[in-house]
Design a protein around this ligand. Structure first.
Ligand code: SF4
Ligand code: SF4
Length: 134
């Protein structure tokens, strides 16, 4: 599909850029991010497919993907990208967009006390930051 610049300028792309500093339009679909992603086999959409959906204006499909929650922010994709796109930051921005819509994956008051007592604090804080929108 041929894309004009006008087709790829929209509010969601601008919001992602404002949150992450990343211009998803720069991606040219080489696939190096996906090839190096350690979690690709568990993802329903590959990292490069998330970028492509955003370029095509298919934001909801990207936002509904499990991939954006499975991304471990390991930054392998960012290190491999020849276009200086950081897919990890884009995933983070997509999670932020959803959390701003009020989606909450973890209700802190409902976390079992024994888990709070035993789980590493760093893991808990990391999880709360990733999955909680308040
Ligand atoms: S490595 Fe970069 S340019 Fe290549 S598909 Fe991934 S994000 Fe796009
Ligand atoms: S940051 Fe996320 S998308 Fe990128 S390689 Fe790591 S797990 Fe995969």
């Amino acid at each position: 599909m041929l894309l004009s610049r006008l087709q790829t300028e929209d509010e969601v792309i601008a919001e992602i850029a404002a949150i992450s500093g990343q211009d998803v339009r720069a991606c040219y679909q080489c696939g190096k991010c996906t090839a190096g992603c350690p979690l690709a086999s568990a993802m329903d959409l590959m990292p490069n497919q998330i970028l492509r959906l955003l370029q095509l204006g298919q934001h909801e499909q990207a936002l509904q993907s499990r991939t954006i929650w499975q991304c471990a922010s390991c930054l392998t994709c960012a290190a491999r990208c020849p276009k200086d796109v950081d897919p990890a930051r884009v995933m983070d921005a997509l999670r932020t967009l959803l959390l701003r819509r009020g989606l909450v994956h973890v209700e802190i008051p409902k976390v079992p006390a024994d888990l709070l007592a035993e789980a590493p604090q760093q893991a808990l804080i990391g999880g709360f930051r990733k999955f909680v929108g308040y």
